[in-house]
Design a binder for this molecule. Structure first.
Ligand code: ACO
Length: 432
């Protein structure tokens, strides 16, 4: 029995109805409206889930008003400073930081699942070389379900765990192969003497013609980027994965659905859009004119990399990535990079502008990530694919959590119908 109740009363004399209120460990309480329709014949109306908790979760907590992000209770700033990506992946998947032997076993398991079925590599030939990497990723990741039949029994915990290992291990290989396919270079097989992040960079930038050596600054930058993108509670792509998973679809199909949702410019595609926007603005002197366009709704121009559904304060990931950006540009002797300077100037001007202040619009994670990717030599269309590689950890953990939740049901929203009421069919000859 819930300790607190909310009462819904009506102005037309209908009896009022009580609903239980539940408290989480942090964040706002929720009103349990599951019985609303049964008790009143009414639905709630909440397009975009502005006030709706779609599930309970113990993975990631965000306080958007203050700018807090925690994975399993640990602040993102601590994790980024000290952990490897796989350490954070373990935390997100299993709920606790791994002890040394647990991490060693996990790393070993992931390392020994990085190769993909050889036949999968032939899938790539079906795509045009100039296909967008996210189009290729949706297809190839979805195709994994045709190769790994032995781990798609979603009712078996061990089977779900194996799928999680396979996805986390193979996403860097698939992402790097996607890049290689677009450039026409040969696919590189993973090397087990490299770390997860080094291996991804090796498969992306290495060639069979010469030795490839990791650059620690760049490896660390990529490690941070992956940690920052690993999970973000019930965002659009994660909710898509949960919705697809709620039907009993296999994990590879669900992650492919998540990749499709992530692709949009209002979500993961924003990092690519930021670079295109900076290119378009071109020079610091053009910023005021660009910002004037952004303020005109009919123009449909957004300041990409700014604003967030949850953060009404500085996105904590943006602060970290801005620092990483400085480090990478310094290490690569690109301190005077024109795009970075333009981005800094744009951020400063926007943060002092009434339009953005009034609407609590701050830089989000994507504002600076694109500049780091660019400095690392990653082409713009690949940005969102790398986001997908990182977010796979969060998606699979959220999917797994949902399957173990006794309250979870097939996701099936209701609607406010605004179409024609029942009318008589009009035969062809009588239609006006
Ligand atoms: N540029 C200009 N105006 C903006 C921006 C922006 N980037 N973001 C929001 N606004 C305005 C809206 O037009 C609205 O104005 P109004 O009150 O006059 O109508 C107001 O700010 C509130 O914004 P909403 O659209 O209600 O906020 P919502 O939560 O629906 O949207 C979103 C959030 C989609 C992220 C939006 O801010 C946006 O499109 N930003 C640019 C794209 C982007 O960077 N996306 C990445 C998000 S992070 C991620 O997914 C990894």
């Amino acid at each position: 029995m819930a300790e607190k109740l909310a009462t819904l009363s009506f102005h037309d004399g209908k009896p009022s109805v009580d609903f239980p209120i539940y408290s989480g460990n942090e964040g706002p309480d929720v009103i349990d409206v599951r019985a609303l329709y049964g008790k009143t014949g009414l639905f709630t109306y909440d397009p975009g889930f502005m006030s709706t908790a779609s599930c309970r979760s113990s993975i990631t907590y965000i306080d958007g008003d203050v700018g807090i992000l925690q994975y399993r209770g640990y602040p993102i700033e601590n994790l980024v400073e000290t952990c490897s990506f796989l350490e954070v992946a373990y935390l997100i998947l299993f709920g606790e930081l791994p002890k040394k032997d647990q991490l060693d076993t996990f790393v070993d398991t992931i390392t020994h699942h990085t190769m993909v079925h050889e036949q999968l590599s032939r899938f790539y030939n079906g795509f045009r070389r100039d296909a967008h990497p996210m189009a290729v990723m949706c297809g190839v990741v979805g195709a994994l379900s045709a190769f790994y039949h032995d781990s798609i029994d979603i009712n078996d915990a061990r089977s779900r765990e194996i799928s999680a290992y396979r996805l986390i291990a193979k996403l860097p290989t698939i992402t790097a192969m996607t890049y290689k396919y677009t450039t026409g270079q040969p696919f590189m097989y993973p090397r087990n003497n490299l770390s997860y992040v080094e291996n991804f960079l090796y498969m992306t930038f290495g060639t069979p013609c010469e030795d490839w050596k990791p650059n620690p600054v760049l490896t660390r930058a990529m490690e941070r980027i992956l940690i920052l993108h690993a999970d973000h509670e019930q965002n659009a792509s994660t909710s898509t994965v949960r919705l697809a998973g709620s039907t009993g679809a296999n994990p590879f199909a669900c992650i492919s659905a998540g990749i499709a949702a992530l692709w949009g410019p209002a979500h993961g595609g924003a990092n690519e859009a930021v670079l295109k926007m900076l290119d378009y603005i071109g020079d610091v002197k053009n910023i005021p004119q660009f910002l004037e366009r952004v303020k005109v709704k009919e123009d449909h121009t957004m300041l990409m990399g700014f604003g967030h559904r949850v953060y009404k304060n500085y996105d904590p990931r943006a602060r970290i990535i801005q620092k990483t950006c400085h480090e990478v540009l310094e290490a690569l002797d690109l301190k005077d990079d024109k795009l970075f300077k333009l981005a800094m100037a744009l951020e400063k001007i926007a943060l002092e502008d009434d339009y953005f202040i009034k609407r609590k619009l701050y830089p989000n994670v994507d504002f600076y990530s694109g500049i780091v990717y660019k400095a690392l030599g990653i082409p713009v269309p690949m940005f969102t694919a790398i986001f997908a590689l990182a977010r796979t950890v969060g998606w699979i953990a959220q999917w797994n959590e949902m399957l173990g939740d006794a309250d979870a049901k097939i996701g099936r929203p209701r609607q406010l119908f605004t179409g024609a009421a029942r009318r008589d069919f009009v035969p062809m000859g009588q239609r006006k």
